[in-house]
Design a protein around this ligand. Sequence first.
Ligand SMILES: Cc1cc2nc3c(=O)[nH]c(=O)nc-3n(C[C@H](O)[C@H](O)[C@H](O)COP(=O)(O)OP(=O)(O)OC[C@H]3O[C@@H](n4cnc5c(N)ncnc54)[C@H](O)[C@@H]3O)c2cc1C
Length: 582
Amino acid sequence: MAEGSFARGLFLGAIEEDLIFPWREGPPAEAHTVQVLIDDVRRFFEDHVDSAAIDRAEQIPDRVLAGLKQRGAFGLCAPQNLGGLGFSATASARALQEIGGLDLSIGLTLAAHQSLALRALLLFGTDGQKARYVPRLARGESVGAFALAEPGAGSDAAGIQTIARTVTHTASGAPGAAPGVVYALDGAKAWTTNGGFADFFTVFARTSPPDEGAKPKITAFLLERGPGVSSGPNQSKLGVRGASTTVVRFDGVHVPGENVLGEVGRGVRVAMQALDHGRLDLAGASIGVCKRAIKMTLDRCRRRRAFGRPIGEFGLIKDKVATMMAETWASESAAYLTTGLVDGGAEDFSVESAICKVLASETCWRVVNEAMQVAAGVGYMAGEAYERLVRDARVTLVFGGTSEILRAFIALSGMQGPARQKADVGRALQEPIKGFGLLGEIALRKARGALGRDGMTRHHPLLQREAAVLDRFVQELSRGVDNVLRKHGRDIAEMQYTQKRTADMAIELYAVAACIVRTTRAIERRGPEGARREVDLTRIFVASAEQRLAETVAAMDRNDDELRKSVATRAYADGAYPFDLT
Ligand SMILES: Cc1cc2nc3c(=O)[nH]c(=O)nc-3n(C[C@H](O)[C@H](O)[C@H](O)COP(=O)(O)OP(=O)(O)OC[C@H]3O[C@@H](n4cnc5c(N)ncnc54)[C@H](O)[C@@H]3O)c2cc1C
């Protein structure tokens, strides 16, 4: 396949359609295997999983975890020769979509285990490390946790304080490490999913002294539970209560140098690349929740009557359903366009995966909110499925990177291309969110090498209007980025309002492109009438995206950013809302 990042190209005004056309589906044999797994998982959940009880007990029963292990659900992405199912990115996200939709506590448990902890090992492990740990993890004999965030450092991963000090030298060590180094690990990780029972940790720690310069060296380690590793009690949460979330402490834990994952001092790269993959699975899980919410809503629309009619007959309810459908369609299209790219060999998809995570999680939140509104009084009652749905869905906006951080990442990464054409702005872009720029240079070279056309040609003619929207606003994005970089140079790194607008445009445009590619494939396969429903959903989504894009473009020139900043600054000084009636 062609190299480069489609999303990064958008910032340069390029629509690299050869990267995204045709819509990719996995090999039929794999699709069959995934379907068999999904059918089996559905039956298993129907017969053996009581999600309301899991929520109440704040624990997933061992027999449920055992059933999932038996079905291979702990080793979706691990290669078959190491005991996993060897799923592609598409198959893995599809499986997590199913499981996340059935029970997000279980989805999160599996995501932390394999989309992050195991994934980091698969991406950066040596053959020896993989042979040692992957089979056990893939079979679920070991459960993994991804121990990055700390009480004082969540979004700012580079600010972690857990430290790995060199204590002794023995045998030979990892690349970059002195031969035979043994580390002593000290620190605490917050909110670690699977923290209560995981026996394997992908853990991140500083390997430079706290006083050595502003930029710490962070290293990833593979660690088995043993002396010095302790977990706090399960933390009660708003939602995903079945998932185990605990503090994990490391007190002088000895880790041999051979357990360094990747290179010493390059741990942020390990974390970021694992998260690139993990965010696609999280997007899948969010889409699963959307589909569940839509199903519940459709059922409610049929059964609940008001004013002598089923509520589904009211225009305002139909409007909600249409929006829920179209937004879910767009998120699903974006997520599986991206997994298709990954399966096709794309190496630079960090911007795409961040886009998918933001899009799917925010869609998920809107969709469950509307589902609850359609259910109205029943929706608000404790113990009803809607309540759990909303509580659970909220985590998707935080886990795997918050929407704010990911927007900044999308904007600053995307702007590296245009910025590198302008003096040294590029380096400054990387500073506010440490580690984010790691893939930038490689990505940029690739994106630039692939640039050429700047308009859609491969869409089906039925989608001409939608393609024109994409063409027009990609140019607007590129023009807007060019303007702000010319005007503000390196200051753009601190201009978060502009970053948000830029990211919002990139997210919309990527979703529009994904809908067009997928719908084109549907029309080619089944003809315009056969693909009528896909065309309709794409039209609804693109029409509303067009409005949002137009507003965003207008706000690039005319906005009240400074006013808003001063209101917030004043509110910080007041410490409270200062007005009352008197
Ligand atoms: C249920 C649950 C499970 C989790 N599981 C894991 C896990 O298994 N492993 C793990 O490592 N972590 C885990 N986390 C932690 C999670 O990754 C962090 O909560 C998340 O990264 C945000 O960090 P924070 O909570 O410290 O928020 P903060 O970083 O304190 O952010 C607070 C607010 O400020 C915003 N903000 C921060 N920096 C910026 C900026 N530069 N620009 C604009 N806005 C900014 C954020 O978006 C947010 O709105 C889990 C969290 C939850 C809730």
